[in-house]
Design a protein around this ligand. Sequence first.
Ligand code: UGY
Ligand code: MN
Length: 247
Amino acid sequence: MSIPYGQTRTRVAARHALIAPDGHVKSNVPGIAGAATVILINEAMGARFAQWLLTFEPGGSASLPANEIETAGYFETGGGTLTIGGQKKRVAAGAYFFAPAGEAWSIASPLKNTRVTLFQKKFEPLAGVERPAAIIGDAANVKGEPFLGDPDARLQVLLPDVPAFDLAMNIFTYQPGATLPFVETHVMEHGLLMLAGQGVYRLEDAWYPVAAGDVIWMAPYCPQWFVAMGKTPASYLYYKDVNRRAF
Ligand code: UGY
Ligand code: MN
């Protein structure tokens, strides 16, 4: 059903954004074929990273070159054959990966309606620390740990939390009624995809109802808070820049 009178929940502000799925518009991106590609967040918005949503048709493919950009990805639905440098693996929904800067990577032979979210940033090497290696994993094998002691708000940390990595990709799952314990205000930037359920997100001084499929950008120092609502758990996938100097 189309929403009458030009309404949408989408809001794009200077320091945060909520992108509801009704506003998605596809881009043609070199290297991507047979897939709807939506660039949800990037530098044009004011962010220092990019967040994409790829929805593949059978026979579609993504092939990204080796350059200074690193990519963390998550298969929300479907599956496909993932190749990163010398590693090749058939993966299914729930799979995640990290393709380091300097390595070409691809997705081939996707199932119909395979949805993959990508987070990309320019890699910042750390002097004296070896560059991070490619990773292919399954979120089902990553334990959700209570967040700041709350067993009803659990965090799955998908990538190693070590100095070599300058980005994090996590899944946060809340039982109905659970919240972020306080209004976070931090230097790290976030890109976020609601995977399931619903709730209310506070971004700066506005409160937004959000549900599965919504995407959020939080600029550095954007005050943020979440409460899960409804009768089923809410979960979201998110990106964060980590482990580098203040200046
Ligand atoms: O890792 C985080 O900063 C996380 N707690 N933020 C969030 O969920 N908005
Ligand atoms: Mn945060």
